[in-house]
Design a protein around this ligand. Structure first.
Ligand SMILES: CC(=O)SCCNC(=O)CCNC(=O)[C@H](O)C(C)(C)COP(=O)(O)OP(=O)(O)OC[C@H]1O[C@@H](n2cnc3c(N)ncnc32)[C@H](O)[C@@H]1OP(=O)(O)O
Ligand SMILES: O=C([O-])CC(=O)C(=O)O
Length: 374
């Protein structure tokens, strides 16, 4: 039987200045700036600057960062060739993990482990990950990857590379806000994985490969894809209540609900719920929002659980036309800003992360020669 220690629940494993999370109050800040202020006023680029530098940028610093991110969107040709060699059925998260790993070969100078070089890597990885995700979307459908724009913001360019069309300003705003809301979340599993890898003084690519792999699981970032699959299975509003009650009676986990830290509503879910509601109105089809609302009510009534960031983001991404299996890669394209911020912090104050396990196995087991084993 797992115990709370198995999941390191409430164990303080490091010190960090980046993200403050109050699970009782449902309050989330990045370097003290409230997530609501960021969602309402900031951009993904500005939020990433905050995570990497600890302060909001001046106008000039923000403009310079945007130019650097735009310049680093292009993928090495060899990575695109590598992606062409993968079976078309490879999941986008596996393609992302593999491509990030391969990017280390094109770093130019991996021996430079200065803070400045790692800061540049953080920017480059954040700039290029959408190009990988969008490139795979084209390649797996037999189309040529779309060359990134060099003069638009991160969210607009991401949508353009995914669809080949310039998005309308509201859709670009929706993705931008979603990217802000997902950017960091203290010592979540993928960030912890990145920090454990970085703490061995492995390079930043290795740390981000660990993080992408960790995010992919359905108990973490992979839940958003499972949420929309569930909403589609439910299909009609009047089936939602029964579907959830039956699932709970079978002791199924309802994806997009529950959280290790929040004991109240996740402030990001609240924000995404309003975007989902608005998208329902704008598209003239509120089915996915309406079903989500019933699911949320029933899970709260039956289990006392609140929705997390993965719940309403699922219907939001669906309504802006995202292919379902890109939900978690989109999350990764945001969270890479937080992962890299934590890796920079880990390198700056490093100590190997190596906890202990309480041994529960047999003792004094005799070694029996192979031919004498029964
Ligand atoms: C970006 C993110 O990573 S946000 C989280 C995304 N993940 C999901 O949405 C997956 C669904 N949620 C879950 O599985 C969990 O709530 C987690 C993994 C997020 C957190 O779980 P933990 O803090 O480890 O709680 P734990 O797994 O111990 O569950 C405690 C109890 O609540 C129940 N529970 C927790 N979440 C759910 C859920 N979503 N649906 C149904 N029951 C749940 C468990 O079955 C367990 O019940 P029991 O005590 O009767 O066995
Ligand atoms: O913090 C966690 O455990 C999960 C996570 O990444 C998030 O909620 O954004």
């Amino acid at each position: 039987m797992p115990t709370t220690t198995d999941g390191l629940e409430d164990i303080v494993a490091t010190h960090s200045r980046i993200c403050d999370l109050d699970g009782k109050l449902g309050k989330l800040t990045y370097y003290g700036v409230d997530i609501h202020d960021l969602a309402q006023n900031s951009s993904f680029e500005e939020t990433a600057y905050l995570l990497w530098n600890g302060v909001l940028p001046t106008r000039a610093q923000l403009d310079e960062l945007k130019l650097r991110l735009q310049a680093h969107r292009v993928l090495p040709e060899q990575i695109l060739e590598l992606m062409h060699l993968l079976p078309k059925t490879t999941t986008p998260m596996d393609v992302l993990r593999t491509s990030v790993s391969a990017l280390s070969a094109f770093d130019g100078n991996l021996t430079d482990t200065s803070p400045e070089a790692n800061h540049r890597r953080a920017e480059r990885l954040t700039a290029v990950m959408p190009t990988i995700v969008a490139g795979w979307e084209q390649i797996r459908h037999g189309r040529a990857p779309i060359t990134p724009l060099t003069d638009h913001d991160h969210a607009t360019n991401f949508l353009y590379m995914l669809t080949g069309k310039m998005p309308d300003s509201y859709t670009a705003h929706v993705l931008d806000v979603a990217l802000i809301l997902h950017a960091d979340h203290e010592l979540n599993a993928s960030t912890f994985a990145a920090r454990v890898t970085a703490a061995t003084l492995a390079d930043m690519y290795a740390a981000i490969v660990s993080a992408v792999g960790t995010l992919s699981g359905p108990l973490h970032g992979g839940a958003n894809e499972q949420v929309i699959r569930m909403l589609l299975r439910i299909g009609e509003l009047d089936k939602a209540e029964t579907y959830i009650k039956e699932a709970l009676a079978r002791k199924d986990r309802i994806m997009g609900f529950g959280h290790r830290v929040y004991r109240t509503e996740d402030p990001r879910a609240n924000y995404l719920r309003e975007i989902s509601r608005e998208l329902g109105k704008r598209t003239g089809d509120s089915t996915w929002f309406d079903i989500s609302e019933v699911v949320a009510r029933v899970v709260k009534e039956q289990k006392g659980l609140y929705s997390n960031v993965d719940f309403y983001s699922a219907s939001v991404y669906y309504m802006i036309g995202m292919p379902i299996d890109l939900d978690t890669p989109i999350f990764a394209c945001s969270r890479v800003s937080g992962w890299t911020a934590h890796v920079l912090e880990q390198y700056a104050h490093n100590r190997l992360i190596r906890p202990r396990a309480e041994y529960e196995g047999p003792k004094n087991t005799p070694y029996v020669a192979v031919d004498q084993r029964g």
